[in-house]
Design a protein around this ligand. Structure first.
Ligand SMILES: C[S@@+](CC[C@H](N)C(=O)[O-])C[C@H]1O[C@@H](n2cnc3c(N)ncnc32)[C@H](O)[C@@H]1O
Length: 346
């Protein structure tokens, strides 16, 4: 897998240009011709989509079709051509239509200054925190939203949240009243809302670390008086061992590795392994290279993710943890997100 051009830290902006090396590319000589062909293919696709939007019938299905077509175009023409096609798509009048969808618009506008902020994920969760923003949308925008949040990627993200809740609750059941959990890049910690262990006061502490002070503020007010401990910290701080936060029975990161180079991912995983108690588990998730929404996300949403294969997840796990650890890698139900879990020896 090719690597993005930079390593994410607390201050980095995550933009499509950072990922331009990711897909296999054609010869430079062929590039101009290919770009013309790709533009022509996009023109056909978007004209059909706009006709379907104008007809006003079964809009979610029209959006599903468009997302599928953009995925095909992205893969067919390779990284160099696709990166040049992205601004063409973003400047096309269709962007004004698709960005009426509140989820698409938030991602494109990046109100918090970077891609993939916790409020963006709240659209996927259908969380009341973004209800006002959704309500401000046009009828057409809401119809598009109807499909975008039910596309395979968002479906997988909702499953990921539920998997995290389950891991926390199972850890509490296994380890008893001393359970200590660390969420890295916690966002708004929405997985805590359904946690029985948290609600029943069975966790000693659930440390929620994120680089965004707004997200930390949201966690502080929502979970005030519980065992949740918000920490304004970053991957950079963890790598420098700056945060003195102790050891844990469960550490997890969701929505973070998708932005990390292998080098940073491996280093972070090693540090997390050091922060685990004996028998503890480190779990990390990544969008898989089988994800279906990438073309739409990278163009109309201006949201790039570093997709990983099963082999990529195994490589990170093997390079980060000793042989005596128990490692597993598996796909979520629709294979758009892949997981790795590493259990430390008891
Ligand atoms: C896609 S959200 C995921 C939120 C949450 N884990 C979830 O699954 O809903 C990504 C989060 O990663 C945080 N983040 C990004 N880069 C970070 C870094 N270098 N250190 C700590 N947090 C980071 C962002 O602030 C954001 O809240």
């Amino acid at each position: 897998m090719a690597q993005p051009l930079f390593s994410l830290d607390g201050q980095s902006l995550i933009t499509p240009e950072s990922f331009s090396n990711k897909l296999p590319s054609p010869n430079r000589d062929d590039e101009t011709d290919l770009l013309r062909t790709a533009e022509a293919e996009f023109a056909i696709v978007i004209n059909i989509a706009i006709q379907r939007f104008s007809a006003g019938k079964n809009l979610p299905d029209a959006v599903r079709w468009l997302i599928g077509q953009l995925h095909e175009v992205r893969h067919k023409f390779g990284a160099a051509v696709w990166q040049k096609l992205i601004p063409i798509i973003q400047d096309h009048p269709s962007a004004k239509i698709l960005q009426q969808c509140p989820f698409t618009r938030w991602s494109f506008d990046k109100p918090r200054g970077y891609s993939g902020d916790a409020s963006l994920i709240d659209f996927i969760y259908g969380h009341p925190a973004v209800a006002e923003e959704v309500a401000r949308s046009t009828r057409l925008g809401l119809d598009i939203f109807d499909y975008t949040i039910n596309a395979p990627g968002p479906v997988a993200v909702r499953e990921r949240r539920d998997i995290l809740t389950r891991y926390v609750d199972e850890t509490a059941a296994r380890t008893g009243s001393d359970t200590e959990v660390l969420a890295i890049a916690a966002g708004h910690l929405r997985e805590a809302e359904a946690s029985k262990a948290l609600a029943e006061g069975r966790l000693k502490r659930w440390v929620a670390l994120d680089q965004d002070p707004e997200s930390i503020g949201s966690i502080s007010s929502q979970f005030h008086g519980t065992s949740v401990e918000p920490v304004n910290g970053s991957v950079r701080g963890l790598l420098a061992r700056k945060h003195r936060i102790g050891t844990f029975d469960l550490i997890y990161a969701a929505g973070l590795y998708d932005y990390l180079t292998d080098k940073v991912a491996i280093r972070l995983t090693q540090i997390c392994m050091d922060m685990l108690k004996p028998g503890g588990v480190f779990l990390f998730a990544n969008f898989s290279d089988e994800m279906a929404d990438d073309g739409y996300m990278e163009s109309y949403m201006n949201w790039e993710l570093l997709q990983r294969s099963e082999a990529d997840m195994w490589r990170i796990s093997h390079r980060s943890a000793t042989e005596d650890t128990e490692k597993t890698v598996w796909f979520g139900a629709n294979r758009n997100i892949i997981y790795a879990a590493i259990r430390k020896r008891s």
